[in-house]
Design a protein around this ligand. Structure first.
Ligand SMILES: [Zn+2]
Length: 373
């Protein structure tokens, strides 16, 4: 699933949870603790039920080893799915903040929504397509002998399930994003399309609750519980994106009233000498958003510039010293002031860029917020 950053409500940055596992292609990978629960569950069910049924009469150690191996490959499959979203977003020059892998799969946090329906379509569809490609590859390897073949068949099935589940048309699942891209393309309105796709998402959630009830009445209480969990997750995410798009006009939001408009956009290739002379000299306490080819890539303040010896200011460029996207929050215009301040606290910074959807609207600083909360 491709959850875009603007949908996080958050009193702190919820995307920064879990353990940092490293970076891949410039994208930070994080593991949510719940991931280990699903890893253990997968290993357990494979070692105890699936593998002994498929290939009987082997030692328990073999079942556990191959169960654990399959669980690791399963988690890598989710990463593969999210990387597909991330790489497509980067292809359209949309910054990808990080990928978090968790109980329900993964989320690629993309700094802003795409500007065109076609971009949204391709970013969303690449995830299920990548899962489908894995299903085909593992399916072809399913003829291998013994436990190797057995885990390949299971991985084929689970990746096929991932592809199909994510293609369900409930926003914010990938299928819901594909639906929004289509509604946006044919209807022309991004906001209206988001509202409609979110409504379908809520409908999907209701459908899941209905299935859960049926399963419960049939005695499959564990599956029923699972369906309720997915439904609540879907409903929460869909309702949230609905609220975001239906929210008041941007100029009515409290954040809009405190932010600095008409902030110069700094080119990442600008030498520090020019930055200091043109901008910092006049506003030493401000932060400036750094852009590269139209996309936000970082933020720079006097603090970063002062770390570089003055003699090198002609040679060193803004991109070399700026704070990267992972070092500060990106706020959206609908954010309440308390939550904006909490996000600044979480990152331990005093400034943050503010967006209205895909549009950069200004910079906000801690002082402006503190004086008004
Ligand atoms: Zn996806």
């Amino acid at each position: 699933m491709a959850n875009f950053l603007r949908q996080t409500p958050a009193t702190f940055d919820p995307t920064a949870r879990g353990w940092r596992a490293g970076t891949l292609g410039g994208v930070e990978i994080r593991l949510d603790p719940s991931l280990f629960l699903i890893g253990a569950l997968v290993t357990f069910s494979l070692a105890v039920a699936v593998l002994p049924r498929e290939v009987p009469r082997l030692s328990p150690i073999a079942y556990w080893l191959f169960g654990a191996l399959a669980a690791v490959i399963f988690i890598l499959s989710i990463l593969w799915h999210e990387m597909a979203h991330a790489l497509m977003a980067l292809h359209y020059r949309i910054p990808v903040k990080r990928i978090v892998l968790h109980l329900f799969g993964g989320v690629a946090f993309i700094a802003r929504d795409p500007e065109r329906p076609a971009h949204e379509f391709w970013i969303a569809i690449l995830g299920p397509l990548s899962s489908l490609s894995l299903a085909l590859i593992f399916g072809a390897l399913g003829n291998l002998p013994d436990l190797t073949g057995a885990i390949c068949r299971w991985l084929a099935l689970i990746n096929l399930t991932l592809a199909i589940f994510n293609l369900l048309p409930g926003f914010p699942l990938d299928g819901g994003r594909v639906l929004r891209a289509a509604l946006w393309y044919f209807g022309g309105s991004y906001r209206k399309a988001t509202r409609q796709a979110s409504r379908v998402g809520q409908g999907m959630a209701a459908l899941f609750v209905f299935f859960a009830l049926l399963l419960f009445l049939e005695g499959f209480w564990f599956n029923a519980l699972w369906f309720v969990l997915i439904a609540s997750f879907l409903y929460g995410a869909a309702s949230l994106s609905y609220r975001m798009s239906a929210g008041g006009l941007p100029n009515e939001s409290p954040l809009y009233r405190v932010l600095r408009h008409n902030v110069p956009l700094i080119d990442a290739r600008l030498p520090l000498a020019l930055l200091a002379w043109r901008y910092l000299d006049h506003a030493p306490d401000q932060a400036f958003p750094v852009f590269h080819e139209g996309a936000l890539v970082g933020m720079v303040t006097a603090a970063q510039v002062e770390r570089v010896p003055r003699l090198e200011w002609g040679r060193v460029r803004v991109a070399d010293v700026m704070l990267p996207l992972t070092a500060f929050p990106i706020l959206f215009i609908t954010e309440p002031l308390e939550s904006a301040k909490a996000q600044l606290d979480a990152y331990n910074v005093d400034h943050a860029p503010v967006f209205d959807g895909v549009q950069f609207v200004g910079m906000v600083n801690r002082r402006d917020i503190v004086y008004r909360t």
